[in-house]
Design a protein around this ligand. Structure first.
Ligand code: ASP
Length: 353
């Protein structure tokens, strides 16, 4: 889906991103090498049969956010069928920090041999404007493999937050902007972008609480340590259904099948906050085209997998259509989104220090 320019009119912002509390994924490092699937023949001799020899060893997909969050969840979901179709184990490695830019940077500098792959989302298109010194170029330093899924976000708050509807949340946040805390996954994260849209729409500058991913942010929200946030349904579905958080709206133009009762932001009076978190796979720029093709084919197979389709539906999303899971469609989307968000973010004067 495409979005209207959501920052207009954009009030001038002062210094941003006051840091109140920082959790890290240090304790999650042990999870960094958690395997998400196993192959039918993963030893050294297993390359036999593959024409170009690729893949003849395990493949690592780098997730630039903490384990247990929505980007991680989607990666593990497609990692299993991709592993089966490639005949090699796929390892999911969480390289979290700096709103997804740490992990993306690491993959941009990796060997282009198809054994290091990046899963990233809309943050690929917002980071260049947010980070003046970004050490990679999303278009020049990567080859796109294909789009994976476009996930709605939900606006949620801790259970005892004194607002029952989005309208009440808007009123409360405006009246209490000095004390309300807004969790996100750092500058460059989708949750940060969505939070900024809310701040812009309300004309407030809230205390942001950055995490290395919205997995840990959601844990703190459920625990009542932070007040509210935006996050993909692929992370929030379980807690919403279990009644552990209050959910106010989905950020998509249409309602989401899995949460039929939740209004859209447009229906609930915040039309400026419309954002879909599109995800895609990337490899370093010098990866050979035949390797890219094998990864694209494996992605296409994974997106048709019945388990992936069913689980994504439960989580409020759906696999991308076959014609979107291609390098060409992915490159087009990336360019369109860079062109959309770059000027918007620059005009709003938002950048990371
Ligand atoms: N949902 C996060 C974001 O705000 C990232 C994550 O933890 O997957 O970008």
């Amino acid at each position: 889906m495409d979005f209207p320019n959501p920052f207009h009119p954009a009030p001038k912002r002062r210094g941003r991103s006051r840091l109140v509390l920082q959790t890290t994924t240090a304790s999650l490092a042990a999870l960094a090498l958690a395997a998400c699937g196993s192959s039918s023949g993963g030893d050294e001799d297993a390359a036999g049969g593959a024409d170009s020899g690729y893949p003849d060893q395990e493949i690592t997909i780098v997730v630039p956010f903490a384990a247990g969050g929505p980007t991680d969840t989607v990666t593990r979901l497609i990692g299993d069928p991709m592993s089966k179709s490639l005949g090699q184990q796929i390892i999911v490695k969480n390289v979290a920090g700096a709103g997804g830019t740490l992990g993306a940077n690491q993959v941009s500098k990796a060997k282009g041999d198809g054994y290091t792959v990046l899963m990233h989302h809309i943050g690929m298109s917002t980071a260049p404007a947010l980070y003046p010194k970004l050490s990679y170029d999303p278009q020049k330093d990567f080859k796109p493999i294909g789009l994976v899924t476009n996930v709605p976000m939900t606006i949620i708050a801790k259970k005892d937050f004194p607002a029952k509807t989005l309208e009440e949340l808007v009123t409360y946040v405006k009246a209490n902007s000095k004390k309300v805390t807004l969790a996100n996954a750092g500058t460059g994260a989708a949750s940060q972008l969505c939070g900024l849209l809310i701040e812009q729409a309300l004309g407030v500058d809230l205390t942001e609480v950055p995490y290395d991913g919205t997995g840990p942010a959601l844990t703190d929200l459920v625990g009542g340590q932070v007040d509210f946030m935006c996050d993909q349904t692929t992370n929030t579905a379980g807690q919403i259904k279990a009644g552990k958080v209050q959910a106010y709206a989905v950020t998509t133009p249409e309602r989401v099948e899995a949460f039929k009762d939740l209004p859209t932001t447009k229906e609930a009076g915040l039309p400026e906050v419309e954002v879909g978190v599109w995800h895609g796979l990337y490899v370093p720029k010098d990866t050979p085209d035949d390797v890219v093709k094998k990864l694209t084919d494996a992605l296409a197979t994974a997106l048709k997998d019945q388990n992936v389709v069913t689980k994504m539906a439960d989580l409020g999303t759906a696999p991308e259509a076959a014609d979107q899971a291609t390098p060409e469609a992915h490159a087009t989307k990336l360019k369109e989104q860079l062109d959309l968000w770059g000027p918007v973010i620059k005009d709003a004067g938002i950048k990371s220090e």
